[in-house]
Design a protein around this ligand. Structure first.
Ligand SMILES: [Zn+2]
Length: 83
């Protein structure tokens, strides 16, 4: 299991997150705006999602506490599920 790693912000100030795609097995660096974080009531319903720039497939991956912190700290849009 791979966790997204935050890269140091480039000169533009935007943070890039490295995320692997299970469909085409490519690894892409995505800006925060390309990722969505969904926080549910339990760890099972907490995940992040993005569209793979290589194959166009929607990717959904579980987000642990550390990943949630990483993504929210990097400005990724967060959606909280009710209940
Ligand atoms: Zn892909």
């Amino acid at each position: 299991m791979t966790a997204p790693a935050a890269c140091p912000p480039p000169a533009t100030g935007s943070v890039l997150f490295r995320a692997g795609c299970p469909h085409c097995r490519s690894s892409s660096e995505l800006p925060a705006g390309e990722l969505r974080l969904v926080i549910g009531a339990s760890a099972r319903t907490t995940f992040y999602t993005f569209t793979c720039p290589e194959c166009g497939e929607a990717v959904r991956k579980p987000a642990g506490e550390r990943i949630v912190e990483l993504l929210t700290g990097g400005g990724v849009r967060t959606m909280r599920l009710q209940g």
